[in-house]
Structure formats: structure tokens, C-alpha cells
Design a protein around this ligand. Sequence first.
Ligand SMILES: C[S@@+](CC[C@H](N)C(=O)[O-])C[C@H]1O[C@@H](n2cnc3c(N)ncnc32)[C@H](O)[C@@H]1O
Length: 250
Amino acid sequence: MAGHWLLARLGKRVLRPGGRELTERMLDAAMITDSDIVELAPGLGRTAQEIIRRGPRSYRGIDTDPAAVEHTNRRLGGAGTVTQADAANTGLPDASADIVFGEAMLTMQSDRAKLEMMTEAFRILKPGGRYVIHELGLTPDGLDDATKQEIQRALAKSIKVNARPLTSEEWRALLTRAGFTVREDTRFAPMRLLQPRRIIADEGISGALRFARNLMSMPEERSRVLGMRRTFHEHQKALTAVGIVAEKPR
Ligand SMILES: C[S@@+](CC[C@H](N)C(=O)[O-])C[C@H]1O[C@@H](n2cnc3c(N)ncnc32)[C@H](O)[C@@H]1O
């Protein structure tokens, strides 16, 4: 089972590297109010609920996972709609969104698939629209290839997903290739997904306690989570959460 679904099974709801804090900063930068917004890969719908709280004109989500689609549609109770589709081929009309928002979903794709998804975001955005991403990054920009490959291998082994984080310069270059103008102010947050303080900040005290209780009672899952935490810790100097705002030129 992929690491994010393992964490979800244990009760974790926030499944992105910079946690809720970076999400809030990216939502502020996106300027949601009165906009038509598409969220790519809403997963368990925590950000979807936050977006709806901010009063968009409309909310549409796209996720490949049928259980996530059902779960989030239930949580939204009609305030928005999530459809099962691939982010590279959403089926949404051209130029129909003011904002496309996506968290922790490009990282797990090959560079080619990342570009296809960015190109799809470009297609569905209106001219002047914003594409906002929150993904796993590598630092510094000049990180050598051998270290990058070692990190990719370690992540693949522990998360069981071919995670391919990029440096902020590489994320920006790919967005530019897809046609976007990338804003200068990249935002960063430490990659602390599995550190106790971040878990409490993301899930609240009762969510963190539920997660801890589940960990105690599920030994196999616990050993996998500890393995993921070890990997993140071992590579913490080179791992970071990255938030970028890109614009479709008018
Ligand atoms: C790590 S979770 C992140 C979920 C959520 N964005 C969050 O930050 O909590 C990755 C999500 O990406 C979705 N996903 C993976 N590949 C996808 C694709 N090709 N198109 C759309 N969604 C995809 C998964 O189903 C899952 O919901």
C-alpha cells in the first residue's frame, strides 16, 4: 500500500509535505474568494473543505481514487463536486477555471507525467488564471545527481511510491515549459510530515491521539510508518516542502 493510503488508514487526513500551514499560505496566495476553482487530487478532502470555507464561486475536484472521490463528495455535501479522472486528462472544458490547486500529487509522477498534468492545468485555466502547487522539493538547487537518486531510491523503498521530488529551480523550469509565468516568491516549509508537533498541528489533539492509538495497535503499519519517518529524518537536510504560484499569461 502506498505510504499516503497507509497513513490515511491510520487516521491521518493531511497528506502533504508542508502540512496545513503551507496549505494556508498557498490558499492565501491563490485568492480563492469568488473564483472558479479546480483542485487536482483532493484525496481525503481537507483542503477541499478549507477552499469551500473561503467562498469560491465553484469547486470541482479531480482524483483517480474512487474511495477518495466518494469520501470527499460525502464531506462536501453538495458544496462542490469531485469526479474520478486523471489529472492529465480531466475532461473539464478549456479556460473554465480561475485557479487550479494541487498538493502532493505531482511529486509521485515521472517528469513526463508531471509536465502532462501541468499542461492540462494550463488548458483548463482562463488567461490570467493561477496554478498553485504544494509539493515535495529538494534543496539546494544545485543538489548533485547522485544524492537525488539516492533520495528517490530511499523514498520509493519506504513510501512504496516512485516519488520524484524536484529542486525549486526544477519545479519552476517545468512550469515554464508548460507555458506558465512563474511568480518569484517560492514558499518553503520544513518537511516534517511525521514529526509529533506537525501531526498535532495538522490533525488537532484528538486526531493526533487517534493516529497514535492506531499506531500502537497495528504493529505492521507501525513498522512501516517508522521506516518512512527514518527515511525523512535521514534526508531531512535535502528535503523541503515547496509552494509555487504560476500564472497563465493573458
Ligand atoms: C499524497 S495524496 C495527497 C492528497 C491531498 N492532496 C492532500 O494533500 O492531503 C495523493 C493524491 O493524489 C491522487 N492521485 C494520484 N495520481 C493521480 C492522478 N494521476 N490524477 C489525479 N489524482 C491522482 C491520489 O488518489 C491521492 O488522493
